[in-house]
Design a protein around this ligand. Structure first.
Ligand code: ROI
Length: 161
C-alpha cells in the first residue's frame, strides 16, 4: 500500500544548504519510495538555545511503501551518513529528518510520534509544508491553515538559490 509522508528537514552545521540538497538527493534514492515534491529552502532562527548558527529548513513529500518505522530507520540511517552527532538536546545538527505527517495516521510509539509533536509551534515546518500542500489537515481535523494562523512567519525567509 502506498502512503504519503511529509518529512521535515533541518541543518545548521557544515554547509547547511549543501547538507539539505544532498539529503534531498538521498531521499530520491530511498527504497520503495518516490520523492514527489520538495519545498523551497528557508533560512530560520534557531528554536531553542540561541548560541548556535541559523538553520536551513525544508519539507519533502514522499510516496512510500515503507511502514512508518521502516521509514524512520531509513531516515535515521541518512542522518548517520551525514555524521550527525547528538550532543545536547536542541543543540546544533548537521542533518535532522523528521516524519511530520504519515497519511492521516496518529502514531504513538516509543520511537516515533506522528504528527510531529512540535509542528504547531514550528514556522519552519508549517510554511514549507503549506508551500507544497496548502490543503492539508491533521488527523484530528485541524487544518494546516488554522495552524498557520497561529504561528507567525516571524524571521523565516525563503532562500533564493
Ligand atoms: N530551529 C530551527 N530554526 N530549525 C530546526 O530545524 C530546528 N531543529 C531543532 C531545534 C533545535 C529544536 N531547533 C530548530 O531540533
Amino acid at each position: 500500500m502506498t502512503h504519503t509522508a511529509y518529512i521535515g528537514i533541518g541543518s545548521n552545521l557544515g554547509d547547511p544548504v549543501g547538507q539539505i540538497q544532498q539529503a534531498l538527493a538521498e531521499l530520491e534514492q530511498l527504497p520503495q519510495s518516490q520523492l514527489v515534491q520538495t519545498s523551497s529552502l528557508y533560512g530560520s532562527k534557531p528554536m531553542g538555545p540561541q548560541d548556535q548558527p541559523d538553520y536551513v529548513n525544508a519539507v519533502a513529500k514522499l510516496e512510500t511503501e515503507l511502514s512508518p518505522l521502516d521509514l524512520l530507520d531509513a531516515l535515521q540511517q541518512l542522518e548517520q551518513d551525514h555524521q550527525r552527532i547528538r550532543e545536547r538536546r536542541w543543540g546544533p545538527r548537521t542533518l535532522d529528518l523528521d516524519i511530520v505527517l504519515f497519511d492521516q495516521q496518529s502514531i504513538q510509539l516509543p520511537r516515533l510520534t506522528v504528527p510531529h509533536v512540535g509542528m504547531h509551534q514550528r514556522n519552519f515546518v508549517l510554511y514549507p509544508l503549506a508551500e507544497i500542500s496548502p490543503e492539508l489537515s491533521l488527523p484530528d481535523g485541524t487544518s494546516l491553515q488554522q495552524l498557520l494562523d497561529n504561528c507567525p512567519l516571524a524571521e523565516l525567509t525563503k532562500l533564493n538559490l
